[in-house]
Design a protein around this ligand. Structure first.
Ligand SMILES: *[C@@H]1O[C@H](CO)[C@@H](O)[C@H](O)[C@H]1NC(C)=O
Ligand SMILES: *[C@@H]1O[C@H](CO)[C@@H](O)[C@H](O)[C@H]1NC(C)=O
Ligand SMILES: *[C@@H]1O[C@H](CO)[C@@H](O)[C@H](O)[C@H]1NC(C)=O
Length: 465
């Protein structure tokens, strides 16, 4: 304010001195000066009018560009803008079961993500969520991957993201090929975590009898860029493929490969039994496997009165980790923009009390149960219910709470956008830590009143009434 006032004052002074000078100039010169001045004023007027018209045109063009379908009439524009008013909760909530299902011969994929082209969103709610992920630079995208028995998520790699997966159901055999062409293969079962660093080639095959169901978190808020090995093969000129692979029969052998009509992203040939005669496979040694694998279900349980937390993350102090868990923790930390994964179980009526994270955005998926979720940011509080299949997003620093509301325990799978140890502060901890005379002054309340807020021996991160 001070600066603004100062500038205005200075401007006024200059104006006064200009007028003062004018008065001292001789008549002739004064006349010329006046005609110059009028030319100047005319130009100024013209300029102003042109600018105003320009701004008007620009703003009309802008309004037309920001609406979904460019109707020519201004009335239609207004309606479109009104229709775009979406409940603010959808910045933090995505009803994934309602989103588009991408079907493949061997399974299906669904997404909670940002899209470059807003026409790719099915609804304004989905758009609000995607925009929110992107505008917060969240480093988050979520996909669910269902693979039928014997189905295969084709070997592929991602240009722009690390991938962290949680297997909800089934048994899968994983292969990872790194830049040293070392291949690591291993089995995963429900409750375990997989990690594929950016650009490592990987495949996932369902080797059990039931469907595999994966939650896949990708460390990007842009569109995920992926290449499948079959697509790359068919895009490579035959002579180049022949020269590179030097097969028996040369280019004629290459020509015997035929691209399928349907996208084979998740594949399952009808005649698989005819094609595959020996499906035996090996498990790589632990020092390789545990770089890409973490037994989250089998890891240390952090128990609270109202629930349990488990974490697959980098630990600064790894002294409580097993030898294999240390391999995972160290390997995560060697890569940029990795994620931490976690399970959060909250018993019926339990409350994950208000807290926030210093160093990570958070994304979560509801596996079971239901809850009321609250988010407090600089705009105020947003509260909403979540059910199985819903995806939530808590931007870094926003205070959030989760209250389990169904008979069944709430189970959330959470991902955090940090390759460091997650940093968290709970409401009871920061209020206890704040001097009671500061609280007295802040809340207009006698200092002694704050003795009524008890300190507990046990951490109350997830508490019961
Ligand atoms: C099946 O494949 C495995 C691994 O590739 C190999 O070690 C084994 O000898 C094969 N068995 C037969 C019968 O070909
Ligand atoms: C992986 O799981 C399959 C199916 O349960 C099993 O047949 C196979 O022996 C397992 N492989 C290893 C290496 O553990
Ligand atoms: C690491 O954790 C262990 C057990 O929690 C503790 O005894 C030890 O002092 C810690 N080390 C450091 C360097 O903080």
């Amino acid at each position: 304010m001070d600066n603004l006032a100062f500038e205005m004052h200075e401007g006024a002074t200059q104006h006064v001195s200009f007028v003062g000078k004018m008065n001292t100039i001789p008549r002739m010169e004064e006349k010329r000066q006046w005609s110059l001045l009028s030319v100047f004023l005319a130009c100024l007027l013209a300029c102003t009018v042109t600018t105003a018209v320009g701004v008007l045109i620009l703003s009309l063009v802008y309004i037309n560009n920001t609406q979904l379908h460019s109707e020519p009439e201004l009335r239609a524009t207004t309606i479109a803008i009104l229709q775009k008013a979406v409940d603010p909760k959808f910045q933090f909530l995505n009803h994934l079961p309602k989103s588009k299902v991408f079907e493949f011969p061997g399974g299906a994929i669904q997404w909670a993500r940002y899209r470059n082209n807003i026409k790719d969103y099915l609804s304004i709610e989905e758009e609000a969520f995607g925009r929110s992920l992107n505008s917060q630079r969240s480093q988050m995208t979520l996909g669910t991957l269902r693979i039928k028995s014997n189905g295969l998520r084709a070997p592929h790699w991602h240009f722009d993201a690390n991938e962290h997966g949680y297997l909800v159901q089934g048994t899968a055999w994983i292969g990872v090929v790194d830049d040293g062409h070392v291949v690591t293969t291993y089995n995963v079962t429900a409750g375990q975590v997989i990690f594929f660093p950016k650009n490592t080639l990987h495949w996932i095959k369902n080797v059990g009898n039931e469907d595999c169901f994966f939650l896949l978190f990708f460390s990007t808020h842009d569109e995920l860029q992926t290449l499948d090995v079959d697509d790359v093969f068919f895009s490579t000129p035959e002579d180049i493929a022949s020269r590179s692979l030097k097969p028996e029969g040369g280019i004629n052998f290459i020509r015997t490969f035929h691209k399928q009509k349907e996208d084979q992203g998740v594949n399952l040939p009808h005649n698989l039994a005819e094609l595959v005669t020996n499906a035996s496979y090996t498990q790589s040694p632990d020092n390789l496997v545990w770089r890409y694998f973490y037994d989250l279900k089998g890891s240390k349980e952090y128990r609270f009165p109202g629930g349990i937390i488990q974490l697959a993350q980098y630990w600064k102090n790894g002294s409580e980790l097993s030898k294999n868990e240390k391999i995972f923790s160290t390997f995560l930390n060697q890569h940029q923009n990795t994620l931490a994964l976690s399970t959060l179980k909250i018993y019926n009526n339990g409350l994950r009390q208000p807290h926030f994270h210093f160093n990570a955005n958070e994304m979560g998926y509801v596996i079971s149960g239901c809850a009321k979720v609250g988010i407090i940011n600089t705009q105020g509080t947003t509260e909403f219910d979540i059910h199985i299949g819903d995806v939530i997003f808590f931007p870094i620093g926003t205070q959030h709470y989760i209250k389990s509301a169904c008979d069944e325990d709430l189970l959330l799978i959470l991902a955090f956008s940090t390759g460091d140890q997650l940093q968290t502060l709970d409401m009871d901890d920061y209020l206890q830590a704040t001097a009671d005379h500061i609280l007295a002054q802040l809340f207009f309340k006698k200092q002694s009143e704050f003795k009524k807020i008890p300190k507990f021996k046990e951490d109350q991160a997830i508490n019961l009434p």
